[in-house]
Each structure stands twice: as structure tokens, then as C-alpha cells.
Design a protein around this ligand. Sequence first.
Ligand code: IVH
Length: 669
Amino acid sequence: MNKEKALQKITYLREELRRHNYNYYVLSQAVISDYDYDMMMKELEQLEKEFPEFEDENSPSKRVGNDISNDFKQVVHDYPMLSLGNTYNIGELNDFDKRIKNIIGTDTPYLYVCELKFDGTAISIKYKNGKYIQAVTRGDGTKGDDVTTNVRTVRSIPLQLQGNDYPEELEVRGEILLPHKEFKRLNKEREDIGENPFANPRNAASGSLKMKSSKIVAERKLDAFLYFVLGENLPSDSHFENLQKAKSWGFKISENIKLANTIDEVFEFINFWDTERNNLPYDIDGVVIKIDSLKLQDELGMTGKSPRWAISYKFKAERAATKLLKISYQVGRTGAITPVANLEPVQLAGTTVKRASLHNADIIKELDVREGDTVFVEKGGEIIPKIVAVNKDKRPKGLPETKYIDTCPACNHQLVRNEDEAKHYCPNEYECPPQIKGKIEHFVSRNAMDINCGEATVNALYEAGFIKNISDLYHLTFKQIYSLEGFKEKSVNNLLKSIKKSKQVPFERVLFALGIRFAGNIVAKVLAKSFKNIDNLQRASFDELIAVDEIGDKIAESIIAFFRNSHNIKIIEDLKNVGLQFEIKEEEGNTNILKGAKIVISGTFEKYSRNELKKLIEQNGGKNTGSVSKNTDYFLAGDNVGPSKLEKVKKFKINIISEDEFAEMINKQ
Ligand code: IVH
């Protein structure tokens, strides 16, 4: 394809993908299948790879993030990010209304805009000529952190505005949040790899924005609602109208906004959402009431750090009293113990609550909660109910203090607790049934080996004594599976077929499936790419491991501990023998032409940018190194190379190659 055609196609694909992205993430109305979308994206990525000169950091393909470590420089806000005065009290809202009348005069008509108060993390985003250019956190209100790269991965935030009537310079503000469904998935994943779960979606959202790797942020599936438009030339004097305009430019604006003529209409909105919030797929913690007219907003001004023209009404967390019947203890895949409160069923925020997490021994001690106590359970917009207090007045006399268990409820092994961790662990990894079953369940799961085998089947196979570890799966016989309740010829064959098929699962997923603590699917991908096969990974030293982007001390230590364990080595050997993939298949377009050659890039180039050259070196199996040494194989020289560098190159007799020669070497010409 020639350049002109390629650009045409790239532009077309970007526009189409933008449109589908908007339909899916903003309007929640997909008009093409996931498959077709993925195919278009693949085509775009391929063309962008072939024609790097048409790179655009706001291309829809850039939503997946990258490996480059964020450094979050501080940025001063053009307009300070104010906070809102808040109240839990209807009476105070009446006072707010009166204050407004007093200032603007009783004859001046005004409207309120009622909005939901999203419980996430605030963000301010700048656009220039319709293009996304910067996103900054609230910080201290005056300056925040530059999180542009991470926010680019939030699919509901447009990277290119629609229409042609947006102001040349525009700033929008809103809330980044994590919907319940994604929060649950993320926490499950974290618990699965031995990470602490997030306490609530808000923490998960704000934590995500500060991640070093935007690639991981992209996987978190954050969402955003915009509720504020700023700039010199806004289309209307009405905040409500401006939000509707912003909607037409492609922003996700909540449907649940109401214009209210009187404070009584505001109360109606509040009452409605106080119960209806339980049906939203994300958390809100109240309602925000704003004066609609920007002119009046100006006139009303500020007090301290908050505007006089807006206020938030916060919902009280719903609370119920019930009896704590029993504290039981769960053992997770990693051996982590979680105490669970079993409650007398009670109605709370529209659901019946029977259980609440007690998290760890410290929380139990702090609450001084005992079996037989009457406890208060809260669901403050959060998903998992929690015990917030004990009603000590109702405590029956002589109720014994809770003694935390010191042996595993499943295998009786002595528990341990590491100094810097809140949870107790059962270290009996290879004999403790829930840990064994948990490891196998993780191994067969969709993102791992994708073996068609649910929790019940894993349990049945384990109880029957057919599997004691992951590699036993590959030695199961027809007869064994057939002997299980509920299995017929066809279902046995399906399971065997699916086990066989898993032998083709690529190395990175096998690595994830092994269940190395802290090695989630992205870390596994990074490890597979960097070390190419399991033997290299096994031999890698601590320093070699942490030299890889995204691999910190904690992960490196965990990998080393994993490979030191003879039990794991034996299982890997067995898995190798049955034919699982323990090395990466080279990606399409990748070659090994440069086979480990160390190449220094210097000077300025015509055809490729330095980043492109670096990428090409890596894609072809070479290594881009920073400074010239006797180990350098090639010196890739552009124009204006410094004389001292050239001298060094000559001294070490290093091969000097031009951009064209390099392109020829890797068959790019
Ligand atoms: S307006 C000057 N509208 O609540 C007004 N804020 O203290 C600026 N929030 O951290 C905010 N939903 O992130 C506004 N519909 C909404 C909101 C909202 C949530 C958050 C905001 C800020 C806090 C206000």
C-alpha cells in the first residue's frame, strides 16, 4: 500500500473506531460486534506499525496504554479545583436557598441543576482544537498530578471531540469511577494473585490513576462522568445547556440530571435518589445542587474554598442492627484467612444481608466484636456491607472475647502472620485442601488455561483423589472422570478435549496459570516477553528481574521463592513433559535478525524517530544500549553525531551503520 492510501485508510479506521467507541462506552449502544471492532482495531494497529510517520497519540489504538513508566509531574490548575460545602440535613438546604435569595434578591428568577454526586476521583481535562491534551488530578485544589497517559485509557473520555462548535480551548471536569462490576472483577483478580483487595471503588479509581503503567490502567475499565465545563467562550449562560452541548461533543454526561424551579423540587430529586441509588451500577454518595446561570454563579462567588452557588447533600449510609451469630474463617487460594461475620438476616439498602467481611484480626480487635453481639451493619453506597460498630449496651453478660484462630480451619496447620501484613496465612500450601483446589481453579480459569471445568468439577475430582495438583489434570483418564456423578460419555470427552486443547495455550497464560504470587496476567505477559522461556525465567537473578519495567522487589522475590521450591519445579517438569507451552512464539513481524546485537543510536534521523528505531531494534531481536563500550556491536549514526562519541566508536572499532543500512539489515527496504 502506498503512503497516500495508507493515510486514507488510517484516517477512516480511526474515525470509525472513534464512532463505535462512543456508541459503546458513552451511549452504551454497540452497533457492531466485538469481533468486527477488534478486527478494525487490528487493521489500524498493523497500518500504524507499517507507517509510523502517521503516529497520533490520540489514535483509538492508544487507549490500551503502554509500558513507559509515568512520572506524574505537578501541574498548576488554570482554574482552581474547588470543593463543595456539604450537608446531611434538609434544613440546611433551606438555609442555602435563603442565602441565595438574599444575595441575588428575591425578584431575580433562578433555576437549580440537580446532579448525582459520583463517588470516584475528580479529574480536570483540557482540549485544544477538539483534541485531548492533558488530564490532571485535583491534588490540593491548586495543583495536581499530570495523569494524561493514564486517563487516555478511559474509553468514555473522548480523545477527539465531535462536531465543530466546541471552543478552541476547553477544560472539562468530572469524576473517574469504577463501576461495581469491574470493581468486583478487579478485587477478585487481586485476591487471586495474593494482592490486598481495594476497600471500595473510590480507592480503586484513585489508586488506578496513579499507576506507573498505563497498560494496567487500561485493563481496569474505568469510566467517567463529566459535570463541569470551563473556558472563555462557552456556548450558553446555562450550566445545564453547556452540559447538553458537551454531550454533543462526545462527553459522557449523566442522564440523571434535573432542572429544578424550587428547592422543593430539589428535595424530590434527593428523595428519589436516596433509595434509587441502590439500583445504580456505580457508587454515588449524595446529590450536588448548582445554580444554573453562570452569571448568577459569578455574582454569588465563593466563601473560602467552596462556591456559594453550589452545595452537596450527602446521603447517610444505610445502617441496620442485627445479631452476630458466628464468626467463620475462609481460606483463600494463597492461604490468606478471611474472617466472616454470619449474621441474623437483616434488610439493608434493598437487599438481605446475611454475611459481612471482618477483614482481619486487627479489625475484630478494634471493634471488640464477639459472637452473640448486636452489631451495626452499614452499606454506605459501597457494595460489601461492613460492621461499623457493636451495640455494647445489648451485650449479654459474660460474652467471651473473640479469640482469633491460630490454626487453619481447613487443615489444622499453625497459621503465620508476616510483620507487614494484616492477614494471617496458612503456610501449608501443598496439603491444605482449599489452597490446592483454589490453585487448580485458578489454573483452569478463562484467562489462564481456559479448561472447561468449573468449581464443582474441580472439587469432585479432588475429593475422588484424582487430582492433587495442576499437572494431575493432564493424567486424568476417561474412566476416572466417567466415575464422577453427573458425567456422561459426551461431557467426559468434552472435558478431556478441553484439557488437550489447553496444551496450545501460549506461554504468557501458562505462566499466569501457575499462580505465582503477585504475578497477575499483565506481569505474566511482561515476564514472558522479557525472558522468552521458563528456563530463562527460572535462572533470572533478582537484579535481572527488577531490571524489567513493572517488576518490583515484591514480585521479583516472589518469583525467586517460587522457583526455589522443589514442589513447583517438579510440577513444571511434569507440565513440560505433557507438552504445555513454556516459551513464547515470536510475534508476527518480529524476527531474530539482530540476535542480541547491542546497538547504540546517535544523532538525528530522517526516516525514523529514535523511538521507532528502538522499537525496530527490539522487534528484530537486538538490544538498544545507551552508551558506547567495547561490547557495542553497531553504532547507528544519524546527522550531527558528537565528535567525542565518534572517537570512542573508532577506538573500539565498532561498525558504523547509517539509517538506510540499518533498514536494509532488517529487510525494511
Ligand atoms: S461540582 C465547584 N458536580 O465532589 C464545584 N462535583 O467537593 C465543583 N463530585 O471532589 C464540583 N459529583 O469530584 C460536582 N456532579 C458533581 C459531582 C462532584 C461528584 C465531587 C467532585 C469533588 C467533590 C466536591
